[in-house]
Design a protein around this ligand. Structure first.
Ligand SMILES: Cc1cc2nc3c(=O)[nH]c(=O)nc-3n(C[C@H](O)[C@H](O)[C@H](O)COP(=O)(O)O)c2cc1C
Length: 169
């Protein structure tokens, strides 16, 4: 898929086709996309916990406050970043988007969540205290066709030229 089309058509999907498993090659590509993403100062401070067992995904859902839908995902990735770097959350945002786009290139949909019961999640997944639980992404084939429901503000209301507030190029 063309990179622009991939961005333009990707939606955050929370309902997945239970009967259709994501092949290992696609999971590998998603993780490789993560590995290849740039970090501030090339620090590569992030670590990724892949959760793919039904019981692990159910635990992840229980530990979440805004991502219960992850129980229906095929697999999920917990993105951990090191808060000693002031840019660590920018890195988390970039890597999660790259993983989502890499997946969508193969028709695998995804959604992210950030609301977690931190203590429980750390205990359940053995996450060390020096790493921040930055964002979690769940993947799977979409339960239904997702086309055409992207709702966004128009570009003219978002973009200024040369100076904030100037709408003419
Ligand atoms: C930083 C960030 C945090 C998000 N947190 C959650 C969340 O906790 N739970 C959830 O279900 N979706 C979450 N989302 C998904 C957004 O709701 C979604 O990206 C937005 O509604 C646009 O969806 P669309 O691309 O399908 O139009 C989050 C997205 C971002 C970028």
């Amino acid at each position: 898929m063309d990179a622009f089309d991939c961005i333009a058509t990707k939606l955050d999907v929370r309902e997945f086709a239970a009967a259709r498993q994501v092949p290992q090659e696609i999971k590998d590509k998603v993780l490789e996309a993560a590995r290849l993403t740039g970090t501030g100062l090339n620090t590569q401070h992030w670590r990724f916990v892949v959760v793919q067992s039904r019981s692990g995904l159910a635990t992840l859902a229980r530990d979440s406050t805004s991502g219960a839908w992850v129980s229906g995902a095929d697999f999920a990735v917990i993105v951990l970043t090191n808060p000693k770097y002031r840019f660590h959350l920018i890195d988390a945002g970039r890597v999660v988007q790259d993983m989502q786009l890499a997946a969508w290139n193969f028709g695998v949909a995804s959604c992210v969540f950030t609301g977690v019961e931190e203590a429980g999640l750390r205990a359940d997944f053995g996450i060390p205290s020096d790493l921040n639980i930055s964002i979690i992404v769940g993947f799977g084939y979409p339960a239904r066709q997702t086309k055409g429901r992207k709702k966004r503000i128009e570009l003219k209301n978002l973009v200024y030229f040369e100076k904030y507030g100037s709408s003419t190029p």
